[in-house]
Design a protein around this ligand. Structure first.
Ligand SMILES: Nc1ncnc2c1ncn2[C@@H]1O[C@H](COP(=O)(O)OP(=O)(O)OP(=O)(O)O)[C@@H](O)[C@H]1O
Ligand SMILES: O=C(O)[C@@H](O)C(=O)CO
Length: 420
C-alpha cells in the first residue's frame, strides 16, 4: 500500500490511539516511537504515526521535534499530514497545539487547517465550538484541575486564539453547517480562509460529522485533530466502508505481563475489577521503592511463571497526593516509571516474556523505551483507541499501551483474551 498519511502525535498512547483508528479505517499503520534517527528508513505502510512526548514540552522543543518527524515522512514522499493531540485539547495559552500546527502548516503548505478533538465514540463531542466530555463541558470535568494543562474553558476558538502567532485568526465551522455535509463544510472553510481566518475549529457531535469533514479535507495537506477524525479520513482515503478487518499480527505467545502506572479513575476501576475477578495483583508502593525495596517486583516476576499477573502502582487520588507530598511529584513518578520499566526489561531478558499490557501514557513510554521498541505494527483494537501492536523484526514483542482514561472496566482481561 502506498504511504498515504503521515501523523505526528503529541504523546505516546495518543499515537497508539490514532494508529488504531487509522487501522480500523483501512490504513495499515506503523508506529514510530520518538523522532527517528537520521537516515532511518520510513516504513512501507499506508500510514505512519510518529509518537512524540511533546504535549507539555517547551514550545520550541515541541515545534522542532514535530517538524523533524514530519520532515522524515515528507522526505519519504508522504504528502498528507495529521497532527494528533488529545481529545480534551490539552494545552496552555502558550501552546503547544497552536505553534505546532502553525509550523506544520508552513512546512506542508496548507492554506488553512482544521481543529477537531472530537472522539464521539469516547464521549468527546464539539457543538458550536464547545468541547463536551459526556454531558459536561470540558471545563466542568476533572480536566479543569489537570496539573500541567488545566482546561478551564470549553470554547475551543477562545482556547486556540492565544496560542497562535500575533495576527493569526481562528474561526468556527459550527454544526448547522457540518450537518449539511462535505461540500458545505469545504465552502465554509474556504470562505473563512478567504477572510484571513486560517485556523478553523470544526464541530462534530457524531462520527458521521467526522466522515463529512474527512471528505471535505481529503486533499488538504494538513489536518489537526484528536483520533476521531482518523478513522473517517482513513475510510475516505482507502474507500473502506464501515470497519476494515484488523491486520494480522505475528503470533507471539508465552507469558503475559500486566504493568500499570496510571492512577486515572478508569484504571483504578480496571485494577479493582481485575482483583475482584481473581486476577493476581502485586501492589507497587513508591515509598517502599524509595527505601530501595524491590520485594514486590521480584515477587511479580516469580509469579509470572504460573500465569498472568498485574504489577500496579495505581492508587486513588488521595493516596497519590500523600505519596507525592512525601516524595515530591517528580520523584514519585520517576520511581514508579523506573521500577515498571526495569521489571519489563528483566521479564523480557530473564523470563522470555514477550507480551506486555501497560496502562498509562508516561508509563507506556517508559516501558516501550526499556524494551527497546522503536517501530510497531498495529493490529486489532482491544477497546476504542487501544490496539495490540508488535515490534517489527525477528522475535516480535507484543504491546498494548493504554491511555489512562481508555478501556472498559474489564480491560486487562479483554487485553489478555485478544493477545497475539
Ligand atoms: N502511587 C503513585 N504515587 C505517585 N505517583 C504515581 C503512583 N503511581 C503512578 N504514579 C505516577 O503517575 C504518573 C501516571 O501517568 P501516566 O501517564 O502513566 O498515567 P495516566 O496519566 O493515567 O495516563 P494518560 O497520560 O494516558 O492519561 C506516572 O508518572 C507514574 O509513575
Ligand atoms: O485523545 C485522547 O484522548 C488520547 O489519545 C490521549 O491523547 C490521551 O493522552
Amino acid at each position: 500500500m502506498a504511504r498515504m498519511l503521515g501523523a505526528v502525535a503529541d504523546d505516546f498512547t495518543g499515537a497508539t490511539d490514532l494508529a488504531s483508528m487509522l487501522t480500523r479505517g483501512g490504513l495499515a499503520t506503523v508506529l514510530q516511537l520518538g523522532v527517528p534517527e537520521a537516515g532511518a528508513p520510513c516504513p512501507e505502510a499506508g500510514a505512519v504515526v510518529v509518537a512524540l512526548k511533546s504535549r507539555t514540552a517547551p514550545v520550541a522543543e515541541a515545534v522542532a521535534e514535530s517538524r523533524a518527524a514530519w520532515a522524515w515522512m515528507a522526505g519519504a514522499g508522504i504528502g498528507r499530514a495529521y497532527f494528533k493531540y488529545c481529545s480534551t485539547f490539552d494545552s496552555t495559552p502558550a501552546g503547544n497545539i497552536g505553534p505546532v500546527a502553525e509550523a506544520l502548516m508552513a512546512d506542508t503548505g496548507a492554506p488553512y487547517t482544521v481543529y477537531t478533538p472530537a472522539l464521539p465514540e469516547n464521549g468527546r463531542t464539539i457543538y458550536m465550538g464547545k468541547l463536551f466530555v459526556g454531558d459536561r463541558l470540558l471545563s466542568e470535568t476533572g480536566m479543569a484541575k489537570h496539573p500541567l494543562t488545566p482546561m478551564t474553558d470549553a470554547d475551543l476558538v477562545r482556547v486556540l486564539a492565544p496560542q497562535l502567532a500575533p495576527g493569526a485568526a481562528a474561526g468556527l465551522v459550527g454544526w448547522p453547517v457540518v450537518r449539511q455535509g462535505a461540500a458545505a463544510i469545504r465552502a465554509a472553510l474556504e470562505a473563512h480562509a478567504a477572510e484571513g481566518r486560517r485556523h478553523l475549529v470544526v464541530d462534530a457531535v457524531a462520527q458521521g460529522d467526522l466522515d463529512a469533514l474527512a471528505e471535505a479535507v481529503r486533499d488538504l495537506p494538513l489536518v489537526t485533530a484528536g483520533s476521531g477524525l482518523g478513522i473517517s479520513l482513513a475510510r475516505v482515503l482507502t474507500g473502506t466502508a464501515g470497519e476494515a478487518d484488523p491486520p494480522a499480527l505475528p503470533a507471539v505467545g508465552g507469558p503475559a505481563a500486566l504493568l500499570s502506572g496510571s492512577c486515572s479513575e478508569a484504571t483504578n476501576a480496571q485494577v479493582a475489577r481485575w482483583e475482584a475477578d481473581g486476577g493476581r495483583l502485586f501492589r507497587l508502593d513508591p515509598l517502599a521503592l524509595a527505601a530501595g525495596d524491590e520485594t514486590v517486583p521480584d515477587a511479580m516476576r516469580a509469579a509470572l511463571a504460573e500465569g498472568p499477573a498485574l504489577l500496579a502502582a495505581t492508587q486513588p487520588p488521595e493516596q497519590v497526593a500523600r505519596v507525592q507530598a512525601e516524595l515530591g511529584t517528580a520523584r514519585a513518578a520517576a520511581l514508579v516509571e523506573e521500577a515498571l520499566a526495569r521489571t519489563a526489561r528483566r521479564l523480557r531478558a530473564e523470563a522470555g516474556v514477550r507480551r506486555f499490557i501497560v496502562a498509562g501514557g508516561e508509563t507506556s513510554g517508559a516501558v516501550a523505551q526499556a524494551l527497546g521498541a522503536t517501530q510497531l505494527r498495529v493490529g486489532r483494537s482491544i477497546a476504542p483507541g487501544v490496539p495490540w501492536c508488535t515490534t517489527l523484526g525477528p522475535e516480535p514483542v507484543a504491546l498494548a499501551l493504554k491511555s489512562g482514561n481508555f478501556g472498559a472496566v474489564t480491560f486487562f482481561a479483554d487485553a489478555l483474551e485478544t493477545a497475539p
